[in-house]
Write a new protein. Structure first.
Length: 323
């Protein structure tokens, strides 16, 4: 809530008038990220208030973790001191968000000017005060927006004594208010002390089920163990129950002990950046599975992924999840 400044060469803390607290969603004071599903709209709420009766402004800042610049979403006063803002989570990954708030000088001026005008008071001096607020914003602005603000300031000065109604109309211009706040003096802004995180997961992370089986147990012949070919024949049965994820646990040691074990656990290797099963029956299983679900597309997207490469190079990587 404070900002550093220097007085006679010594660093001191200056108090900001705006307070931001009770931000939600926030898990354990920001220690842990919240979770959402891709496509969700994240609603952020906070108590934002200050001393006195001046108007306030607030923005919700958000960005993807790998990005440097912040995006802004407007926040509106919902009830009492509770403010609310939203932004869309359009991609998988990790986002950061926080809040910035400030004393709205132009909004406070416009609100008070209308009260004085409605009471029949002389507002000529007050109009000049507003013209100065707009002029200062024009000095910070750039390009066409700077010219628009400068013209508005000059117009207010011209109307201060001549046209009371015209000056009042400019003071209530919502577009001008947004422009002045966009080029406000940001050194007095209050920024929430934490940058909070949200992890965006795929739709299946919300709710999902899978069918688990041991390939060696999938057999109709009691004299031999099951193979991937037998699993292929079982796929229509699994799909018929509504499952679209098949989970095969990693292989383990044989019940026969240490000296007489079954053959080495089936693994998958990386060949020239692509996932390549070592055995022909594994390749046949993958091709048939791809016809049943979206494995082929999933396979192509992740074929060059370092994390997938590490996963499949593990000695017990005899598990395939069809997603």
């Amino acid at each position: 809530m404070t900002a550093a400044t220097n007085v006679v060469g010594e660093a001191v803390r200056t108090l900001h008038r705006v307070i931001i607290e009770r931000v939600s969603p926030e898990v354990d004071a920001g220690r842990f990220a919240i979770k959402r599903i891709v496509g969700d709209e994240l609603r952020v709420r906070a108590d934002i208030y200050a001393d006195g009766h001046d108007s306030l402004g607030a923005r919700l800042l958000w960005r993807r973790e790998e990005e440097r610049s912040w995006n802004e979403a407007p926040m509106r006063l919902d009830n009492n001191d509770r403010w609310e803002g939203r932004f869309k989570l359009e991609k998988l990954g990790r986002y950061l968000y926080t809040i910035v708030a400030w004393m709205d000088a132009f909004g406070s001026w416009g609100k008070d000017l209308k009260k004085r005008a409605d009471a029949g008071q002389d507002i000529a001096v007050d109009v000049l005060i507003g013209a100065e607020i707009v002029r200062e914003a024009s000095e910070r602005a750039r390009g066409a927006e700077a010219k628009k603000l400068a013209d508005a300031a000059a117009k207010l000065k011209e109307l201060a004594k001549k046209d009371r109604g015209g000056a009042l109309a400019i003071s209530q211009d919502a577009e001008l208010a947004l422009l002045v706040n966009a080029w406000r003096d940001r050194t007095a802004d209050t920024r929430y002390e934490r940058e909070l995180a949200v992890v965006v997961d795929p739709e299946k992370a919300r709710f999902s089920t899978w069918y688990e089986l041991f390939p060696r147990s999938v057999t109709s012949d009691p004299k031999r163990h099951g193979t991937f070919k037998d699993v292929i024949d079982r796929l229509p049965y699994v799909a018929g129950m509504g499952f679209d994820i098949l989970y095969m646990p990693p292989g383990g040691r044989s019940a026969k002990g240490k000296t007489t074990r079954r053959r080495r656990v089936q693994t998958i290797r990386v060949v020239r950046g692509r996932l390549e099963p070592k055995r022909a029956d594994t390749r046949r299983f993958i091709r048939n599975s791809a016809r049943w679900t979206n494995l082929r597309r999933w396979w192509r997207k992740r074929a060059n992924s370092a994390s997938i490469s590490r996963w499949i190079s593990h000695s017990n990587a005899r598990r395939i999840i069809l997603m």
